[in-house]
Write a protein that binds this ligand. Structure first.
Ligand code: ZN
Length: 426
């Protein structure tokens, strides 16, 4: 299903600074249908959401005049008079003063002429058109880092991760890793970063993956994940794993052609394998039937034909035998990783690898501590330990839902500077 999510791009300049780092016409090329087909922001969303997000209603306004000077604004931010989202209020006020009605837009993107911030939150995005002193991948008015902030603007706050860590921004093949991702160069203007795309697991997490284009288990041919215009399967689901072919084309020229494997946990994607020709990824042990096992092998990557041939196998976990009516309750997909809770006479499904599951596990551990043979002191210590872990989980889940996302939310100022300097070698 296609959702119309028109965004208003407000080009704004501070008092006393006449810089206009981008013309209105160039902004319309980049952000609106005026530039469709030139690998602009609209094209990025069309391809990387499998057509679910339609930005064709985007519009550009400006340059509009803010009521503040840069120095005045910065001072008020530093002394706490202004919160982080004040720049959005100032941009909206400038639009209102110019008689612009923003009511039809899903989100407002304030594009400042001097850099003051970069963030995205539900309905709001801030970036700059200024490019002086920036590396090419740091350019914000491009279908790259900005798309990550615009996805936050659509209410999706998580970032891409790598298996083995809960650190954000750690999957270089995904735009949701921000400055740690590997963009390519726009073929028409190489100073403009493009991509990378979104991985299948993250698309699924957002409700954007076209589930009619999945391949069955066995030897199959995959087409590039974002190429709905080609016939054939665009990804494969092997147990909980999403397998996709990402050729070094279009949004993905920042890296070599690869087959990627991801899973979904904590409302985001985790990269677990990067496979070239002939390599494989497997999990589980066929001799242990109560856990799932499977394998993914890349037989051939053929960029000329725009295909990757893979062979997959999968055996779901066998059900752990239980007597009585519980048999049906614990069958099927629940045997693997999730759980069921019976509370107030209702059966509640708990998804695998979710904050909910960790809370339930913590509750179960707390409830069973009194049954185990421990000294009262040790029991108290164990309870404190469990509550401390739950507090961390709740904090993280809360941040994902409520935070205005940007690297500056997660990192110290020093880390953020190093982060910007990070050379992706592309
Ligand atoms: Zn972000």
């Amino acid at each position: 299903m296609t959702t119309q999510t028109p965004m208003a791009f407000l080009l704004v300049k501070f008092q006393g600074n006449k810089d206009e780092p981008m013309t209105k016409a160039d902004a319309e090329q980049m952000f609106t249908t005026a530039g469709s087909g030139t690998m602009n922001v609209i094209d990025w969303f069309h391809d990387n959401t499998h057509g679910h997000i339609d930005m064709s209603g985007n519009a550009v306004f400006g340059w509009l005049q803010l009521t503040e000077t840069v120095d005045g604004y910065t001072t008020k931010r530093t002394n706490g008079t202004y919160g982080r989202t004040k720049i959005i209020d100032l941009g909206r006020a400038a639009a209102a003063a110019a008689g612009i009605d923003l009511s039809r837009f899903t989100a407002v993107v304030v594009v400042t002429n001097v850099e003051v911030d970069l963030f995205g939150g539900s309905g709001i995005v801030c970036c700059t058109a200024a490019t002086a002193g920036k590396q090419f991948w740091e350019r914000q008015t491009a279908p790259s880092v900005l798309c990550q902030e615009m996805i936050h603007g659509l209410g999706v706050y998580t970032h891409a991760r790598r298996h083995g860590s809960n650190a954000d921004y750690s999957d270089p093949y995904d735009v949701m890793s921000m400055f740690n991702a590997w963009p390519g160069h726009n073929p028409i203007d190489v100073t403009i970063p493009v991509g990378p795309g979104l991985n299948a697991a993250f698309m699924k997490r957002c409700g954007w993956l076209d589930s009619t284009r999945a391949a069955p288990i066995g030897q199959v041919t995959l087409r590039p994940l974002h190429r709905r215009d080609l016939t054939g399967a665009l990804y494969s689901m092997v147990g909980e794993y999403y397998v996709e072919y990402r050729p070094s084309r279009r949004w993905d020229t920042g890296f070599s052609s690869v087959v990627l494997v991801h899973y979904i946990a904590d409302d985001t994607s985790y990269l677990v394998a990067e496979l070239g020709n002939g390599s494989d990824f497997s999990w589980g042990n066929p001799l242990w039937p109560f856990e799932s096992h499977g394998s993914i092998k890349v037989d051939a990557i053929d960029d000329g034909a725009e295909t990757a041939t893979i062979t997959t196998s999968y055996s779901p976990a066998r059900r752990i035998p239980l007597d009585g009516p519980a048999w049906s309750v614990f069958g099927g997909e629940f045997a693997d990783a999730g759980g069921l809770v019976i509370l107030g006479g209702r059966i509640i499904r708990i998804p695998p690898r979710s904050p909910e599951l960790r809370l339930v596990e913590a509750a179960a551990a707390l409830a069973s501590i009194s049954d185990v043979q421990l000294t009262p002191t040790l029991k108290t210590a164990a309870r404190a330990d469990i509550y401390a872990k739950v507090a961390v989980d709740i904090d993280e889940a809360h941040e994902h839902i409520t935070g205005v996302s940007s690297p500056l939310d997660h990192l110290t100022a020093e880390e953020a500077r190093n982060f910007h300097r990070h050379d992706s070698a592309k």
